[in-house]
Write a protein that binds this ligand. Structure first.
Ligand SMILES: *[C@@H]1O[C@H](CO)[C@@H](O)[C@H](O)[C@H]1NC(C)=O
Ligand SMILES: *[C@@H]1O[C@H](CO)[C@@H](O)[C@H](O)[C@H]1NC(C)=O
Ligand SMILES: *[C@@H]1O[C@H](CO)[C@@H](O)[C@H](O)[C@H]1NC(C)=O
Length: 803
């Protein structure tokens, strides 16, 4: 372009300089309407320039367009007329310029002459107004207020001046008017003004025709469709179908249970009509219990719902559309009670240690029952088992007293498990139970009791001191020290001997010990009382009698009373020569301190001078002749006699019996030879003196007694030839305790009758003894009677006989 333009500019510059040199003869101007046909004569240029036709053709007149433009015009060289060579459209040549001027040059050669030709092209109303789009689409929110303006592009008309768009017209309608205003530059602003508010819910779109009219004659018009779409505005709040929603629901309904559904409608469109739901005013409790589906409005159970905690929920639910318009409704959910609470038992107080002597009716505890359910579901009945001596007494509301109904005895039943059962009246009913453990406390109400009514104990004499004899035992069912038994001996005495010196008792075990060695011969039996006492306060006691009997032991050897043991005195039995066979000549008398078998004595001859002459009665001890004594028999006969008891082992004693077969006392001197154990001469004299005095005294007494009693009684002969027993040989203090009468030779101060017999052939003295049933009372102890014994001088008699 530049390359092309540059030579053109140069050419023009040359032409201009050329014209300057030859002169530009004058300009001509023409006016022509646009769109004229070819050949249309615009004017006569020859005339205007004063050029004749010859000159024109001679000088090769021609029209040059400025620049490269098409030649719209031509010159008719024959006439000099300027004609239209090409149809000229003002609109395409000059667009919207108000004046449309085409410039040409008339070029003449020889000499070169240039003439400017100005051609004014006049507008013709050949265009109708045209809107840029076929449809004007407007979207207007229904919420637009009256007076709102919506710009629209106006119509275009290529024509100018009056031929351009002069006016607009809008189809009649309810909502819009048209506002047209002109700019400074004369351009028109076109606006649609809302005259009456829109409502999408009534009419969703409006179609209007807008017409533009130009000022040509006749005017031309163009129209366009205005399509108004009414956009929704969120002008409707959601509306709930009910003001209050109510629902009843059993408590404990499971999670997910549908309670109710709220529903709101919103006539708005799209998001403006989409209602979402939410809780607006809700307690924390309700929030935990229920959920609200924000889309569907369904209220469901979300968590535990407990009638006892909250029975009515009041919830505000808000329905909200997409742009935040909202409304409220109230939801009331009432729960119904279900018997879901177990009655509870509370121990308000309990005296768990009841003394066993508590009177019936003593209150030992207070019980409270509670059930959180309502009405019959919460009405509780409280009972305890019937086989216990307790009952529940309803006290003030829901309180019960637990009292005793009978006597308690710890020794029979020491504790109780009382089961209290509480049952409510719901259906199904619920129950609970509680076990109360009660201890019956001890009271010292039982004295110790001995296992036996009385006890008898046996001990063998000669026991070791301290040996255990026996044991008593008492039981006391009371508790601990109230049932701990101690034993003691009741202080007293047995025949003057304190009990404590006989026996002792172990206080804890009841074992009875002998304090000393017992001697049957002195003490055969006695009774003591044992007291058992518990440790209660005050203590209780009981007593029992223990009879102790001492058993005999063969601890006494037979004692020979007659004849006196050797060495003590010398006693000789005189046997007359004329004695016949089986005559009683003497008698060995022995006693045994023991009793029973231990005192059964038997007599045997161990040794005799003449074995065949004498025999002894095994049990009587009587020595008799076996045959008649002959002259050949020696005068002195000695027998060694053994006395044996029946104990185990047996004990025995021996003695020697001296017999003198003689009728004559003159033979006595010979006795001296027999005496083996005589003492000194002095002793012999003393004995002789004593014997003499004794004989004198005895004779005197016998005579007095004989005179006195002979007249009163006939003597009773128990056995022939009883032998006097010298009292001096009686052992001191022995007694036949149990009266079995085994001791046959005992003398007593009370039961002796003495007789002097003259008719005896075998002895100078015969004693007949009368027994008092042959027994002695148990407590009768022989005193040391020898000194007072009236029969003491008996052996003096013997002695005198010996003399
Ligand atoms: C009471 O219950 C306790 C504990 O269960 C038990 O040890 C005891 O023996 C029971 N007493 C009675 C009298 O049933
Ligand atoms: C013994 O009985 C008394 C009442 O007599 C009572 O107070 C005491 O607690 C009882 N002792 C025991 C260990 O139970
Ligand atoms: C022994 O018990 C009886 C009753 O059981 C009573 O009368 C007597 O006094 C008691 N004796 C003593 C020594 O306690």
């Amino acid at each position: 372009m530049l390359n092309k333009g540059l030579p053109a500019a140069c050419l023009m510059l040359i032409l201009f300089l050329f014209a300057m040199a030859h002169g530009v003869k004058g300009d001509v101007s023409f006016s022509v309407l646009e769109e004229m046909k070819r050949g249309y004569v615009i004017g006569n240029i020859g005339k205007d320039l004063g050029l004749n036709v010859k000159e024109l053709s001679a000088r090769k007149a021609r029209i040059d367009a400025e620049g490269n433009r098409k030649g719209f015009c031509n010159i008719n060289l024959g006439t000099g007329e300027l004609t239209v060579a090409e149809i000229m459209d003002r609109e395409s040549l000059c667009r919207e310029k108000l004046s449309c001027v085409l410039k040409f040059e008339l070029v003449l050669e020889n000499p070169l002459e240039l003439h400017k030709i100005t051609l004014h092209i006049q507008d013709v109303n050949d265009n109708s107004p045209i809107f840029p789009k076929e449809v004007i689409k407007l979207e207007i929110r229904e919420s637009a207020i009256k007076g709102a303006r919506f710009r629209m592009s106006g119509a275009r008309d290529p024509d100018t001046g009056q031929n351009a768009v002069q006016n607009y017209m809008l189809e009649r309608n309810d909502h819009f008017v048209l506002a047209v205003s002109s700019n400074k530059d004369g351009r028109k602003n076109l606006e649609l003004v809302l005259d009456k508010e829109l409502d999408r819910e009534q009419q969703q779109e409006i179609t209007l025709i807008l017409t533009a009219v130009d000022g040509g004659i006749p005017p031309r018009s163009g129209s366009v469709q205005i399509h108004v779409t009414i956009l929704d505005a969120n002008d409707n709040a959601p509306e709930f179908t009910q003001e209050v929603y109510r629902a009843t629901l059993p408590e404990n309904s499971p999670v997910g249970t549908l309670v109710l559904k709220v529903s709101a409608t919103d006539s708005d469109e799209g998001i403006n009509g989409e209602v979402t739901y939410e809780f607006s005013q809700v307690s924390t409790l309700a929030e935990q219990a229920f959920t609200l589906d924000s889309k569907t409005g369904e209220i469901k159970v979300n968590g535990p719902i407990d009638f006892e905690e909250e029975s009515v929920y009041e919830i505000q639910v808000e329905g909200k559309d997409g742009f935040g318009l909202s409304s409220d409704t109230k939801v009331i959910i009432e729960l119904t009670d279900v018997n879901d609470n177990i009655p509870e038992i509370f121990l308000k107080s309990l005296n768990s240690h009841i003394p066993e002597n508590a009177l019936p009716g003593t209150e030992i505890g207070i019980i409270n029952v509670q059930d959180r359910d309502l009405e019959s579901n919460g009405e509780v009945l409280c009972v305890i088992g019937s086989n216990v001596p307790f009952k529940l007494v309803p006290s003030i509301k829901k309180y019960y007293s637990l009292i005793t109904t009978g006597e308690l005895d710890r020794e029979v039943k020491s504790d109780y498990n009382i089961t209290i059962t509480a049952t409510d009246q719901g259906s199904p009913s619920l129950a609970s139970s509680k076990t109360v453990y009660l201890i019956v406390a001890d009271v010292n109400d039982n004295p110790p009791a001995f296992r036996q009514q009385s006890y008898s104990a046996h001990i063998t004499e000669n026991n070791k001191p301290g040996s255990s004899i026996f044991s008593v035992s008492a039981t006391d069912p009371d508790w601990r020290q109230n049932g701990t038994v101690n034993y003691a001996l009741y202080p007293g005495d047995v025949d003057g001997t304190p009990v404590s010196s006989l026996l002792s008792i172990n206080g804890d075990t009841g074992a009875i010990l002998a304090v000393r060695s017992f001697d049957y011969e002195k003490l055969k039996s006695f009774k003591v009382q044992v007291i058992a006492r518990d440790n209660g306060s005050p203590p209780l006691s009981s007593n029992v009698t223990v009879s102790v009997s001492v058993a005999d032991e063969n601890d006494n050897a037979p004692q020979i009373l007659y004849p006196a043991p050797e060495g003590k005195s010398l006693m000789t039995e005189m046997v007359p020569k004329a004695v016949q066979a089986n005559s009683l000549v003497s008698k060995v008398i022995a006693v045994d301190g023991d009793s029973g078998q231990n005192s059964w004595l038997s007599y045997h001859i161990l040794k005799a001078t003449d074995a065949g002459l004498f025999t002894i009665g095994t049990h009587s001890g009587e020595i008799r002749t076996q045959r008649d004594i002959s002259e050949n028999d020696g005068m002195k006969q000695n027998l060694i006699v053994s006395v044996k008891d029946n104990g185990q082992p047996p004990l025995s004693a021996t003695c020697t019996v001296y017999l003198l077969i003689s009728d004559n006392l003159a033979e006595i001197p010979e006795l001296k030879d027999m005496s083996q154990g005589t003492g000194s001469k002095l002793t012999t004299y003393l004995i002789i003196a004593l014997v003499s005095v004794s004989i004198f005294f005895l004779t005197f007494v016998i005579i007095i007694l004989a005179v006195k009693f002979c007249h009163r009684r006939k003597p009773r002969l128990l056995f022939d030839g009883a032998v006097a027993i010298p009292s001096a040989y009686l052992p001191p203090n022995y007694a036949d305790v149990d009266g079995t009468g085994t001791l046959r030779s005992v003398r007593s101060a009370y039961n002796y009758d003495a007789y002097l017999t003259t008719g005896s052939r075998t002895s100078d003295f015969k004693f007949v003894r009368s027994y008092n049933d042959g027994t002695l009372p148990a407590d009768l102890t022989l005193r040391k009677t020898s000194s007072q014994d009236p029969f003491g001088p008996c052996d003096e008699t013997d002695s005198s006989q010996v003399k």
